[in-house]
Design a protein around this ligand. Structure first.
Ligand code: SF4
Length: 106
């Protein structure tokens, strides 16, 4: 499976989304009901979504490029706004030619 291409400069679309947000650290909150085997604890304490060796959240379905636990995804993932300021910022950062890619192709 290869990651869909870059699409910065235009609004993110579900069919071309590279799920860059699913490589960010996802801190779990009280009330989140994520299965424990999908989580990890950082050295400094907070419980987070575990990430695989390629950097993506382990709940990411990389065949379909979407969340494998969508109905039970953490609160912080529910609040993340597609095409919002944070979405645009990480997509623009990833597209910078003078930076190492923020995302490896699995
Ligand atoms: S729980 Fe789902 S939406 Fe949240 S980072 Fe993981 S794959 Fe992405």
């Amino acid at each position: 499976m290869t990651a869909p291409g870059h699409h910065t400069g235009s609004p993110a679309r579900c069919d071309t989304c590279r799920a860059l947000c699913c490589r960010l650290t996802v801190v779990l909150e009280p009330g989140d009901t994520v299965p424990a085997h999908l989580t990890a604890r950082l050295d400094n304490g907070p419980r987070v979504m575990a990430r695989g060796r390629n950097g993506w959240c382990v709940a990411m379905d990389q065949d379909r490029w979407n969340c494998g636990i969508y109905a039970d995804r953490p609160a912080v993932c529910r609040r993340f706004v597609m095409n919002g300021p944070y979405c645009r910022a990480i997509r623009e950062q990833d597209a910078q030619p003078d930076q190492a890619p923020a995302v490896e192709t699995p």
